[in-house]
Design a protein around this ligand. Structure first.
Ligand code: KIV
Length: 293
């Protein structure tokens, strides 16, 4: 499995992401992160210059058709992670640890995280939760596994949170978000995703932390931004959240292409003669002559 970056492109690393925070704010380039779940998408994102490719457990909803992310298994994640690994050379490759893979015991969690690194080729793992994940983050960092934390709206806690809701909107919820942010930084996370939190609060966290914040529905003041690939290109079924800007409408394009194919096949317009293979002319003539003899 080759992970060398393309010629002329510098490999994005964990220290490189961390170092972005120490660049003076006016010359700092924001970090870009997108999700991918397969080889061709990974290659396209890498060629486009995305800094971090995340194999998110959003896999469950946007690719596998589950209602939420809770059903995704470690084996499903690994299957997609390996495909993304094969298509990723420059970007830092981060794998989401799915629900259940870090909720039983610290030892089991570290073992599963090691699978993502060894079997999947990830360079870091992402886990959801703040203060309550401190012990786990410490253990993972001790095992040489870089950790991206994820706080705010954490989709694996959907039942506990009561749905997909903006977080940190009350005095106590805002104070909790700040505590979570400080805790994951203190435990050794190299970055933190802030999902669905008010812009002002995300800005405050970003100012306070020494590690980069990567926002999704957290306003423009974070150190970087992440979106789910299927939202970005208009492949998500149903309504998308308001922060998920659509940069393309691939659903319409794919529907159009599939309908046109069906029409052409039904009307005999596909394939054309130019799209067909032919016998060598000598053989064709001999066979035609035998037929007419
Ligand atoms: O699973 C995922 O895609 C994520 C991102 C939305 C951050 O966690």
């Amino acid at each position: 499995m080759s992970v060398a970056p393309a010629v002329g492109a510098e490999k994005v690393t964990v220290p490189g992401i961390l170092a972005r925070k120490s660049i003076p704010e006016n010359s700092r380039r924001r970090i870009t992160c997108l999700t991918a779940y397969d080889f061709p998408t990974a290659r396209l994102l890498d060629d486009a210059g995305v800094d971090i490719t995340l194999v998110g457990d959003s896999l469950g909803m946007v690719v596998l058709g589950y209602d939420n992310t809770l059903a995704v298994t470690t084996d499903e994640m690994l299957h997609h992670l390996r495909a993304v690994r094969r298509g990723t050379r420059r970007a830092l490759l981060v794998a989401d640890m799915p629900f259940g893979s870090y909720h039983v015991s610290l030892n089991e969690s570290v073992r599963d995280a090691i699978r993502f690194i060894k079997e999947g080729g990830a360079e870091a793992v992402k886990i959801e939760g703040g203060e309550r994940r401190m012990d786990l983050i410490l253990r993972l960092v001790e095992a040489e596994i870089p950790v991206m934390a994820h706080i705010g709206l954490t989709p694996q806690s959907i039942h506990a949170l009561g749905g997909f809701r903006v977080q940190g909107r009350t005095e106590s919820a805002a104070a909790k978000l700040l505590r979570d942010a400080r805790a994951v930084e203190h435990a050794g996370a190299f970055s933190v995703v802030l999902e669905s939190v008010p812009r002002e609060l995300a800005a405050e966290v970003t100012r306070e932390l020494q590690i980069p914040t990567i926002g999704i529905g957290a306003g423009p003041d974070c150190d970087g931004q992440v979106l789910v690939f299927h939202d970005l290109v208009g492949l998500t079924q149903g309504a998308s959240p308001k922060f998920a800007r659509r940069y393309a409408d691939l659903s319409s394009e794919i529907s159009r292409a599939a309908s046109e194919f069906c029409e052409d096949v039904r009307n005999g317009r596909f394939p054309s003669d130019a799209e067909s293979y032919h016998l060598p002319s000598e053989l064709r003539e001999r066979r035609a002559a035998t037929k007419h003899a």
